[in-house]
Each structure stands twice: as structure tokens, then as C-alpha cells.
Design a binder for this molecule. Structure first.
Ligand code: CA
Length: 326
């Protein structure tokens, strides 16, 4: 065979391989384990992550908040009081608003807290009645680094390549407290091998100013998801497409009105985002948060067939993986 032909074929094969390795494949639906297998175990605990890993979603989610000593912890809120026993361990450490803040405690101090299923502070009742019992708490908080060690360790022992989907929480709050969470998180991610679009990591944030800065000023090459709280105009979509790869809307906002036959009139957000090459990965699908007479399968049909999402966040990754396999 002609040596130029050989080189040509080699380039072709390598090219195809790169295509296959791209983290988001076209026409494939992405399952993100929202806060781990949080439908079964307290959110963001190491146990919830290990369980989610075994359910074989595509990504595990990490919400990130900094400690007083600048360590990114995996926790959903800047507060500690609805998922830990902070008020019994550190009764005098609340702020004037009555809340306990992650950023007021060092990593070592946070390690003394026990973590439980989320409670509603207004009535002290569990947020989700059918989930893991609040009183059975054998869990601790952990850092982003600790979670990456778990995931990469499991990637080695199982031979899978589980992705990560970290979210930078409230960057403007952190800045007011004198901490640059975006910079710190990017450093940790880079130390663990997540720095280009080929690395199986999608970084997400609600704050567009912060996400733009992450792309343009901090030079981040990762896959970026702009989380959104409202339906977007054409100009907003265009703007997001200039720095991000995906949007993350709340699915309920796309359901405009119910027709007489039970089907939905939907917003064209997904179609319009796709036209700008943005993927749409929507939150949050819960088997224990359904409307009257709706099954989880109905809801997933709505998500994938009617709304045509490229992926979804779910507290029940096993059920969504099973649904997509069928
Ligand atoms: Ca999140």
C-alpha cells in the first residue's frame, strides 16, 4: 500500500476515535445523577455517589461551596442547617440571620458534623417523605478532591469512565466573602486531569457573569453549561452560545399549557438552542415528584420525546438508565 494512503487512513482512524471520545455524542441522551443517587441516600454524601456510580449514569453531579480555608466542599447550599447537626455542634456560630454558613467553618470543623436527609427548616419535616430516614445519620461532608478520588478510583477498578458535572455555587457571594471560588475550583479540576473538552467534565453555573469570566478571563477549555431560571430570548441564546456549550433549564418552565387531550403546548427553547449548537440538559426529574395520575415513565417520555432534551438531571439515575435502555 502506498505510504500516503497509509498515513491518510491512520489520520482517518484517529479522527474517528476522537469523534467517539467526545463527551457528548449526538442523539445520545445524557443521564446526570443529581446530587448522587439522592432519591435513595442523603444528597451529596459519598454513599450517594458510590450508589449512583453503580447505576451507570453518564455523569455524577457535584455542587460546590468553599470553606473558610478555601476548600471546595460538595454541598448544595451555602448553608449547613438543613442537612447537618451544626446547631448542636456549634450552637454559637450562626449569623444574625439565624443561618449557619459553610464559609464560616474550616474543613476540619466541618468534618465533625453529621449529615442527614434534607429537612424543611420551617416545619422540621423531611423535604421528601418517602426517602432515607432523617434520624439515621451515619454520613459526613466531603471535599471535591475526596469525591474525585472516589470517582477516579472507581473508574480504575470498574474500567468505566464516569463523568463529573461540577456546579460553582453562588460565585458573587463567595467574592463578597473574599474568596474566588471559580479560580479555586478550576485549579482542583485541572490537578485531577479535567482541563479540556475531551475530559469527561461539564462545568455548570447559574451566574452568567461568572461563567463568561470562566471562559474568557480564566481561559477554561472545559465543556460549560449555563444554568437558567427563565425562558430565553433569541438574543440571550446567541449570547450564551458565544461562551457555553449547553444550557440547563428547569423543565417545568417549558410546559406552557395543557391541551384538552392531556398533551402539552411547549416552548421552542430546545429547538432554538439546538439551532445555536447548544445542548439542553434539564433539571430535575424525580420519581417522587409527579403530577396527579402521571407515572415517572410518562414524565421521562415527555422529557425525551416531546421536549427532546439531550439529557436530564435526576435523583433516580437507575430508573432513567433503565428507561433509556428499553
Ligand atoms: Ca446543582
Amino acid at each position: 500500500m502506498n505510504k500516503y494512503l497509509l498515513v491518510f487512513m491512520a489520520v482517518l482512524i484517529i479522527g474517528c476515535k476522537e469523534e467517539q471520545e467526545h463527551i457528548i455524542k449526538k442523539k445520545e441522551r445524557i443521564v446526570v445523577a443529581h446530587r448522587g443517587a439522592s432519591g435513595y441516600l442523603p444528597e451529596h454524601t459519598i454513599a450517594a455517589k458510590a450508589m449512583a456510580y453503580a447505576m451507570k449514569p453518564d455523569f455524577l453531579e457535584q455542587d460546590l461551596v468553599l470553606t473558610k480555608d478555601g476548600i471546595p466542599m460538595v454541598i448544595h447550599d451555602i448553608y449547613l442547617d438543613d442537612i447537618t447537626d451544626v446547631f448542636t455542634v456549634y450552637p454559637s456560630r450562626k449569623r444574625a440571620d439565624g443561618r449557619y454558613y459553610v464559609i464560616d467553618f474550616t474543613y476540619d470543623e466541618l468534618e465533625l458534623l453529621s449529615v442527614h436527609e434534607r429537612v424543611n427548616l420551617k416545619n422540621n419535616e423531611p423535604e421528601f417523605k418517602s426517602r432515607f430516614p432523617v434520624k439515621s445519620s451515619v454520613f459526613r461532608l466531603h471535599s471535591l478532591e475526596e469525591e474525585l478520588l472516589l470517582i477516579q478510583g472507581l473508574n480504575k477498578s470498574t474500567g468505566q469512565n464516569m463523568g463529573i458535572y461540577p456546579e460553582i455555587k453562588n460565585p458573587s457571594f463567595h467574592l463578597k466573602e473574599g474568596q474566588d471560588i471559580s479560580k479555586i475550583v478550576l485549579e482542583v479540576l485541572s490537578n485531577y486531569g479535567y482541563s479540556t473538552q475531551k475530559d469527561k467534565c461539564m462545568l455548570q453555573c447559574f451566574d452568567p457573569v461568572a461563567l463568561k469570566r470562566i471562559r474568557r478571563e480564566l481561559g477554561c477549555q472545559l465543556h460549560l453549561t449555563q444554568l437558567v431560571e427563565e425562558l430565553l430570548t433569541e438574543d440571550q441564546i446567541k449570547e450564551i452560545a458565544s461562551y457555553a456549550n449547553a444550557i440547563g433549564p428547569w423543565y417545568k418552565q417549558l410546559l406552557l399549557e395543557k391541551n384538552a387531550d392531556g398533551t402539552w403546548q411547549i416552548d421552542s427553547l430546545v429547538e432554538r438552542a439546538h439551532a445555536h449548537n447548544l445542548q439542553v440538559i434539564a433539571y430535575t426529574f424525580r420519581a417522587d415528584d409527579l403530577s396527579e395520575g402521571q407515572s415517572f415513565e410518562d414524565l421521562l417520555g415527555l422529557a425525551f420525546d416531546t421536549l427532546n432534551f439531550d439529557g436530564i438531571f435526576t435523583d433516580f439515575p437507575d430508573k432513567v438508565v433503565e428507561y433509556l435502555e428499553e
